[in-house]
Design a protein around this ligand. Structure first.
Ligand SMILES: *[C@@H]1O[C@H](CO)[C@@H](O)[C@H](O)[C@H]1NC(C)=O
Ligand SMILES: *[C@@H]1O[C@H](CO)[C@@H](O)[C@H](O)[C@H]1NC(C)=O
Ligand SMILES: *[C@@H]1O[C@H](CO)[C@@H](O)[C@H](O)[C@H]1NC(C)=O
Ligand SMILES: *[C@@H]1O[C@H](CO)[C@@H](O)[C@H](O)[C@H]1NC(C)=O
Ligand SMILES: *[C@@H]1O[C@H](CO)[C@@H](O)[C@H](O)[C@H]1NC(C)=O
Ligand SMILES: *[C@@H]1O[C@H](CO)[C@@H](O)[C@H](O)[C@H]1NC(C)=O
Ligand SMILES: [Zn+2]
Length: 447
């Protein structure tokens, strides 16, 4: 019996092996929707529209079929990794945790990818430490499927807000990271931004001015179940961890768990092809709008704050990676948000100043691809400024595999496997961009 079980596990492992493909087509046709129709389980890691090139993660069982499709379209491919799941498993014996500073603003707190528990402890320290306790409120906005708390950190100062001499109530900014489990960099950058706001609140005139008008609400880890799973089981995990209608039937196939939180928001949910209805897909949209407790918690929180105080004014949604500055709408290429021209002009100006023109600014559905149920589309129904940053990991000195004729085992990276040293470099860039963006808004609208 034992032998059969071992044999079964062995084959299960082969079935579950996933390959990372780099695929390039000679023409700019709509290869993506064709591929997604033929391979509902495919996971798009990277896409360069101009170059007609893609990086996909796909179960090895589909190899032959994908080869055929590429061949028919006269494309070329390279397999960058043969068993992504095993190659990229996080080593379980992490170095012993070092003793961290009792100052929650110490740089050691953002120079690492913390576990969920460490992250919670840090947030508690922010609330209790003498340096920050007057400035911080923690809001537990809900629980995940695996009963982890979702914690929003609020920065509130007592700087009075006056417009034309009259005292006014503050408004609010919302920032989130970690919506997709494997995008650890976005968690680190959200933490970095929080710390910078607190450190520079007095010394930097722009930061000070922004904090006079806004409270800052940050949810650095929106998908803690997925984040922990990506630490312990599968580094390239994207969704949350709630069971789906297929989890029981495909017992053993972990892909049939979880919902893509950025396809589950209750605006235009299930209106485009880019959100999968297949429960085993990496971009599964869930069974109904806001079916996931992570999404429902955020939606309720934003709505609650919206009708009372403070009112949300802008939303910065952090993902990794791609160097994109994405504006709504995501769900359609046929329409623009009413203030699109203003958003584009403001974002372009800041991107040119701060990012040295290395970020591409534009409507999400054009720069990436249309997909529905995203958080910025939802936020845009009641905030004028909602946008996504696809960050820019610095690869620990390693080149991107797609730029080199190399495979993952030979010293290159696919962009999620980055060291924590990227956090400060990227964080600095994004923090500056957010400050310049908000400062210009304050100057134009509140003075
Ligand atoms: C594609 O290339 C054109 C011309 O080189 C450029 O103007 C455009 O911004 C590029 N688009 C993207 C999404 O990079
Ligand atoms: C592929 O290349 C062949 C030969 O050059 C050509 O006849 C065919 O139309 C091409 N197919 C596609 C889908 O571009
Ligand atoms: C979460 O907590 C509830 C109530 O304590 C419990 O019934 C449930 O089994 C827990 N779920 C998980 C996945 O641990
Ligand atoms: C999702 O959209 C498809 C295509 O319009 C439709 O057939 C399906 O019923 C929708 N599913 C749900 C749950 O609304
Ligand atoms: C900005 O980009 C230009 C052209 O790529 C480069 O020469 C310059 O050094 C960059 N400046 C900064 C501050 O990174
Ligand atoms: C890439 O490497 C393979 C084998 O290592 C070699 O056969 C191929 O010619 C190389 N391609 C390019 C474009 O350098
Ligand atoms: Zn993402």
């Amino acid at each position: 019996m034992i032998h059969i079980a071992v044999l079964f596990l062995y084959f299960l492992n082969i079935l579950q092996a996933e390959h990372v493909w780099f695929v390039k087509f000679p023409s700019k046709d709509d290869h993506l929707s064709h591929i997604e129709k033929s391979f509902p389980l495919i996971d798009l890691l990277q896409h360069d529209y101009n170059d007609s090139s893609y990086v996909f993660l796909l179960p090895s069982t589909y190899q032959t079929k994908l080869r055929r499709l590429i061949h028919q379209a006269n494309g070329s491919y390279r397999i960058l990794s043969n068993n992504a799941r095993n190659t990229w498993k996080v080593s379980p014996d992490r170095p012993k945790r070092s003793v961290l500073s009792d100052n929650p603003l110490d740089e050691s707190y953002y120079q690492r990818f913390p576990t969920y528990d460490e992250h919670q402890e840090w947030q508690q320290l922010l609330q209790s430490s003498p340096q920050t306790q007057k400035l911080i409120r923690l809001h537990t906005i809900g629980q995940t499927y695996e009963n982890r708390s979702l914690t929003v950190v609020q920065i509130h100062t007592n700087y009075p807000r006056r417009i034309q001499g009259r005292r006014k109530r503050k408004q609010a900014i919302y920032i989130d990271g970690g919506m997709h489990a494997r995008e650890w960099l976005s968690v680190g950058v959200a933490n970095y931004i929080l710390i910078q706001f607190l450190l520079l609140r007095e010394s930097d005139p722009k930061v000070h001015e922004i904090l006079r008008h806004f409270d800052i609400f940050v949810l650095p880890m929106m998908n803690p179940d997925g984040y922990e799973y990506s630490r312990t089981h599968n580094r390239l995990w994207r969704k949350n961890r709630s069971p789906t209608s297929h989890s029981e039937f495909w017992n053993g196939d972990q892909n049939c768990y979880g919902v893509d939180l950025n396809r589950n928001f209750p605006y235009q949910w299930n209106s485009t092809y880019g959100a999968s209805s297949h429960p085993c897909s990496h971009s599964y949209r869930g069974i109904s709008p806001a079916s996931e407790s992570e999404v429902e918690s955020v939606v309720n929180f934003l709505r609650r704050q919206r009708i009372s105080h403070p009112k949300f004014y802008a939303y910065f949604n952090l993902h990794s990676y791609g160097r994109f500055w994405l504006l709504p709408w995501t769900y359609t290429m046929l329409e623009r948000v009413t203030n699109y021209d203003e958003l584009f002009e403001r974002s372009t100006r800041v991107a040119n100043e701060v990012m040295n023109q290395t970020y591409r600014v534009g409507q999400a559905s054009f720069l990436l691809y249309p997909c529905s149920g995203t958080s910025i589309d939802f936020a845009s129904t009641f905030m004028s400024h909602a946008m996504t940053f696809e960050l820019s990991p610095i690869f620990q000195g390693l080149p991107m595999c797609v730029e080199q004729n190399k495979t993952v085992n030979h010293g290159c990276t696919v962009g999620f496997l980055i060291g924590p040293e990227s956090i400060q470099i990227d964080g600095n860039e994004i923090f500056k961009a957010i400050i310049e963006y908000l400062y210009a808004l304050v100057q134009d609208h509140f003075v």
